[in-house]
Write a protein that binds this ligand. Structure first.
Ligand SMILES: NC(=O)c1ccc[n+]([C@@H]2O[C@H](COP(=O)([O-])OP(=O)(O)OC[C@H]3O[C@@H](n4cnc5c(N)ncnc54)[C@H](OP(=O)(O)O)[C@@H]3O)[C@@H](O)[C@H]2O)c1
Length: 332
């Protein structure tokens, strides 16, 4: 390939990239006229986003799981920010929130729905879990999200609005058994179908894929307490196949990885959510956080064998059936 051809390709790439940057930075007008409904505003990303959009002049309706969360948010904002109690596992609670939003928004409809609420526990090796453990996460992160979205679609179509769904890097790379990765893979695929179906009605759908951040879902105390609950109820057979040492190492690895990976700057995620709501051309996917951009998302594109090796290096190894049998024979 000659030098002029190479220069031509390079120049075209630079021009295309600059056009993309300019397009990506075009903002919508009249943000002040728009209603945004956010779930999970008691803490974490939802709480920060509600405050930031409120400061920017959006009419925010913040859904909180608890009365305490709602009061705390109201105390640090103004009466223009409305709150409503929402439990995603309860259809009646979802219906009440939809009714409240319909009354507030009137003929304008709903411009933004941010499906942010979620939980991570129970999370742990798959054979430590039962169906109830899977339901506890899936019912909030996936089924609740779908129910809320379906019920808000008429209001979103009215406003030619936006849906911003919070998934995770764990929705691209499954590890740490339980409902969490499953739920986030579900959010990814639900969002893809929704985006393709809703494009005909002017409703845009974006997915946020955060890496690890210091919030309620990565709270070590909660995760460890739940891991103890799971470990203590295991049958002696399963316990011995892992070994007591495994459990202690598992806790150590959790502590180390959470302390290493968890970023305290939540604005890296809320900036993506804001972009999805305020850009004329919102992106389909937003990787949020350095660990997401440079480790987890690239690893999700690698062959499964490579991802398996990397994750094996990060996680402790169980004793295994053969070794645990041998150990039991020696003990006898
Ligand atoms: N932090 C991370 O590293 C990370 C990474 C990737 C994705 N995410 C996702 O980001 C989203 C926000 O989480 P976060 O990190 O900001 O953690 P968070 O501070 O725990 O926020 C989660 C919010 O969801 C609420 N919630 C829990 N169960 C609910 C239910 N049944 N109905 C309605 N609301 C409920 C929580 O209320 P309470 O506070 O009252 O429990 C809380 O307000 C979640 O979808 C999470 O999966 C987080």
């Amino acid at each position: 390939m000659g030098f002029p051809v190479l220069m031509g390709i390079l120049t075209s790439a630079i021009i295309l990239f600059m056009c993309w940057i300019i397009r990506d930075n075009i903002k919508i007008k009249d943000a002040r006229e728009k209603y945004v409904f956010i779930t999970g505003c008691d803490s974490g990303f939802g709480n920060l986003l509600a405050q930031r959009l409120h400061q920017k002049g959006f009419t925010v309706i913040a859904a909180c799981l608890t009365e305490k969360g709602s009061q705390e948010l109201q105390a640090c904002t103004s009466p223009a920010l409305k709150t409503v109690i929402l439990n995603l596992t309860n259809t009646k609670s979802i219906d009440n929130a939809v009714e409240f939003v319909a009354e507030e928004t009137g003929s304008k409809g709903l411009y933004g729905l941010v499906n942010n609420a979620g939980r991570a526990t129970p999370i742990g090796p798959t054979d430590w879990l039962d169906m109830e453990d899977f339901h506890r996460v899936l019912d909030v992160n996936l089924i609740g999200l779908i129910e809320v979205t379906l019920k808000f679609l008429p209001l979103l179509k009215k406003a030619k609005g936006r849906v911003v769904n919070v998934a995770s890097v764990m929705g691209r790379l499954a590890f740490g058994g339980g409902g969490y990765s499953l739920s986030k893979w579900g959010v990814e695929s639900f969002s893809d179908s929704l985006r393709r179906d809703m494009q005909h009605f002017g409703v845009k759908v974006s997915i946020i894929e955060p890496g690890f951040f210091k919030t309620g879902v990565t709270n070590l105390e909660i995760i460890e307490k739940d891991l103890h609950r799971l470990w203590n109820r295991l049958s002696p057979e399963v316990k011995s196949s892992y070994g007591e040492k495994y459990f202690n190492n598992y806790l150590k690895v959790q502590r180390l990885s959470m302390n290493t990976f968890c970023d305290a700057d939540l604005s890296k995620v809320t900036n993506c959510m804001e972009h999805a709501l305020t850009a004329q051309y919102p992106r389909t996917r937003y990787g949020a956080g350095w660990d997401a951009k440079f480790f987890w998302l690239p690893l999700s594109y690698a062959p499964a064998a490579v991802a398996d090796i990397m994750l094996k290096l990060l996680l402790p190894q169980p004793l295994g059936i053969k070794k645990s049998l041998a150990k039991n024979q020696i003990d006898v």
